[in-house]
Design a protein around this ligand. Structure first.
Ligand SMILES: O=C[C@H](O)[C@H](O)[C@H](O)COP(=O)(O)O
Length: 224
């Protein structure tokens, strides 16, 4: 797939999420290049919505540039939908996220939302998660300890140099994982002292995936 096709696919997937936005509600907004298309599409109906909650400083800035009010999640008790991209998504709509280092805030907003909608181009679709290195957000002083613990779990962690998350932490990208049991691994990694969270969205996967190849959009719904 060429770069041009991929961009078109991201845009089509993003625009396909608009019909899920309910009037007068606050919309949960993720992070990344696909979500940027969603934010631009959301701007076309901004007078019909109450505003947004955002999963990153970058998305907040883009939303505000469009004149969409951004609210503190602490003041939002009910969030109908959360729309976000993915680095990988499998058939159960479990995902790897965090390529842009926004995983922790993304996971928090997803936890609050009634419905999680993944928007992506079809290249993100995989049978088994783990080809994309799994991001883990770590408290800076725990970086080496956490890396050693990850090696014990069979992973190959690499420090993402120069990247500081919106929460002031660092990222370890974990290679060499063939993730047969995503829920189990998500929980194991979160139990390592010093880990803030990891980029597996398996305990709380997407409910709907809108995946595009650049000419059409395929809708997948999670079997419950
Ligand atoms: O931290 C970043 C997020 O998890 C993104 O949603 C993910 O990396 C997908 O980004 P993109 O739409 O740019 O491929």
């Amino acid at each position: 797939m060429t770069k041009f096709d991929q961009d078109r696919a991201k845009k089509l997937a993003a625009e396909a999420a608009l019909p899920y936005v309910e009037a007068d509600t606050i919309v949960g907004v993720g992070t990344g290049s696909t979500v940027n298309y969603f934010i631009d599409a959301l701007a076309t109906i901004k007078h019909q919505i109450a505003g947004a909650v955002s999963s990153s400083e970058a998305s907040t800035e883009r939303l505000k540039q469009h004149g969409i009010p951004v609210y503190d999640l602490n003041g939002v008790a009910d969030l109908a939908i959360y729309v976000d991209g993915a680095d990988e998504i499998n058939g159960q709509l479990e995902m790897i996220k965090g390529g842009g280092a926004a995983l922790t805030r993304e996971k928090i907003v997803a936890a609050v939302a009634n419905k999680v909608i993944c928007i992506a181009d079809v290249s993100k679709q995989v049978d088994v998660l783990g080809q994309f290195p799994l991001p883990v957000e770590v408290i800076p002083m725990a970086r080496s300890y956490v890396a050693r613990e990850i090696v014990k779990l069979g992973g190959d962690p690499a420090y993402r140099e120069g990247v500081v998350t919106d929460n002031g932490n660092v990222i370890l990208d974990v290679y060499s994982l063939h993730i047969e049991k995503p829920v189990e691994l998500e929980s194991k990694l979160n139990q390592i002292t010093g880990v803030v969270t990891n980029g597996l969205f398996a305990a709380r996967p997407a409910d709907i995936a809108l995946l595009s190849d650049g000419s059409q959009v395929f809708t997948l719904e999670r079997r419950k």
